[in-house]
Design a protein around this ligand. Structure first.
Ligand code: NAP
Ligand code: GLV
Length: 344
C-alpha cells in the first residue's frame, strides 16, 4: 500500500478555503503563479506542493470531494480513483499525452478529459532535434572528454560524428510533433522518411513501412502516442533492422521502446547510439544500464520544458478545467463522445 509522499509541506494555496462557495478542484503539481491566480478566481483550489507527485492513496484522498482534477502524466487516473471521487465532473491533464488516464472509464462515466495539444509541439520538436544533434555529434561525450583531460590538441580523428546533411531521418508517427521534427530535419539538409498508422502526405517526406524506415534511417525519431498497439513498438527485432551506425531518439513515451532490448543493442554495438527523454520507469533508476553507455544520452522528460510552453500548457489545462467545472465543452477534449446523447 502506498503512503503519503514524504516531505510534503503545506504552502499558500495548498488548501481550499472551505467557505468560498466556489467549486473545489485539486491541482496535483504547482502551476505558474499567474495561471494559478486566474484559476483561484473561479475555483477553490488545493495545490499539491510535495517534492514528487502525490501517491495513489494521496491522490484518492485529495480528489474525494472535488469536482475538478488538474493532473499530470505522473498521476494514474483509473477506475479506483474515479470510484473514490463521486463528484468529479472533469479531468484536465497538463500534457498532450494521456496514457496515464483510463479514458474508457472516464467516458463510461461521461466525464470529459482535457489535454494540451499544439501548444507544446515546437518546444518538444526542438528537444527531439537537440537529441538528434547531441547524439550524432557526441556532445556529452566530448564534454566528458575535456573533463577527463583528453583534449590535448586539435586532432583530425577526435570525436568524429555523423554528418546530418545528406543523412536520412526516419520519423515514426507523423502527428503534430513528428511533422515539426520532419521540418527541422529538412532544414538541416536531411532526407526525411516517415511511417505513420494513417499515412497523411507531407511535402518532402517519403512515407514507407516501419521495417523499411528502420533499415534506411541514420536517425530514427519516435513520435507515436503510447497506446496498447505501440507498447514496445521498437523491440529487439526492430532494433536489429537498424544500421549499426544509426541513432534512436525517443521523445514520445518510454514504453514505446523495449528498454532492455535497447540496452542489449547498445552493449552489442548493433546500433550507434540513443537519445532518450522518456523512460519506461521515470525517474530512471540510478543503476540502470542505459546510464553507463557513453553513446546514450538520457534526459529527465523535459521535452516541453520551456517557460513559454509550460505557461501555455498550464493555461490550456486551466481552460479545460474551468470549462468542465462550468459544465461547458472543453476547448481541448480527448473524449468528445461524452457530449453526445447517451445511447438508449
Ligand atoms: P499527435 O499529433 O496526436 O500524434 C500522435 C501520433 O501517434 C500520430 O502519428 C498517430 O497516428 C500515432 N498513433 C496513435 N495511435 C497509434 C497506434 N495505435 N498505432 C500507431 N500510431 C499511433 O500527438 P503529438 O502532439 O504529436 O504528441 C505525440 C506524443 O508525444 C504524445 O502522445 C506524448 O506521448 C509525447 N510527448 C512527449 C513530450 C515530452 O516531454 N517528451 C512532450 C509532448 C508530447 P495517427 O495520425 O494515425 O492517429
Ligand atoms: C508530455 O510528455 C506530454 O505528453 O505533454
Amino acid at each position: 500500500m502506498d503512503s503519503p509522499t514524504p516531505g510534503r509541506t503545506e504552502a499558500p494555496g495548498d488548501r481550499a478555503a472551505p467557505d468560498t462557495g466556489l467549486p473545489p478542484v485539486f491541482v496535483s503539481r504547482p502551476l505558474p503563479a499567474a495561471v494559478l491566480s486566474r484559476l483561484e478566481k473561479s475555483a477553490a483550489v488545493e495545490v499539491w506542493n510535495g517534492d514528487g507527485p502525490p501517491s495513489a492513496s494521496e491522490l484518492r484522498e485529495r480528489t474525494r470531494h472535488v469536482v475538478g482534477l488538474l493532473a499530470t502524466s505522473a498521476d494514474r487516473v483509473d477506475a479506483d480513483l474515479l470510484d473514490a471521487s463521486p463528484d468529479l465532473a472533469v479531468v484536465s491533464n497538463n500534457a498532450v499525452g494521456y496514457d496515464n488516464v483510463d479514458v474508457a472509464e472516464l467516458t463510461r462515466r461521461r466525464i470529459p478529459l482535457g489535454n494540451t495539444p499544439g501548444v507544446l509541439t515546437e518546444a518538444t520538436a526542438d528537444l527531439a532535434f537537440a537529441l538528434v544533434l547531441a547524439t550524432t555529434r557526441r556532445l556529452v561525450e566530448a564534454r566528458d572528454a575535456i573533463l577527463a583531460g583528453q583534449w590535448k590538441t586539435w586532432d583530425p580523428a577526435f570525436m568524429l560524428g555523423m554528418e546530418l546533411s545528406g543523412s536520412t531521418l526516419g520519423v515514426v508517427g507523423l502527428g503534430r510533433i513528428g511533422r515539426a521534427v520532419a521540418r527541422r530535419a529538412a532544414a538541416f539538409g536531411m532526407n526525411v522518411i516517415a511511417w505513420s498508422r494513417s499515412p497523411q502526405p507531407m511535402d518532402g517526406v517519403e512515407l514507407v513501412e516501419l521495417d523499411e524506415l528502420l533499415a534506411r534511417s541514420d536517425v530514427v525519431s519516435l513520435h507515436v502516442s503510447l497506446v496498447s498497439e505501440t507498447v514496445h513498438l521498437i523491440g529487439a527485432e526492430q532494433l536489429a533492422l537498424m544500421k549499426p551506425t544509426a541513432v534512436l531518439v525517443n521523445t514520445a513515451r518510454g514504453a514505446v521502446v523495449d528498454q532492455a532490448a535497447l540496452s542489449d543493442a547498445l552493449r552489442a554495438g548493433s546500433i550507434g547510439g540513443a537519445g532518450l527523454d522518456v523512460l519506461e520507469q521515470e525517474p530512471i533508476a540510478p543503476d540502470d544500464p542505459l546510464l553507463a553507455f557513453t553513446n546514450c544520452i538520457v534526459l529527465p522528460h523535459i521535452g516541453s520544458a520551456t517557460v513559454v510552453t509550460r505557461t501555455r500548457m498550464a493555461d490550456l489545462a486551466v481552460d479545460n478545467l474551468l470549462a468542465g467545472v462550468a459544465g461547458e465543452r472543453l476547448p481541448a477534449c480527448v473524449n468528445p463522445e461524452v457530449y453526445e446523447p447517451p445511447a438508449i
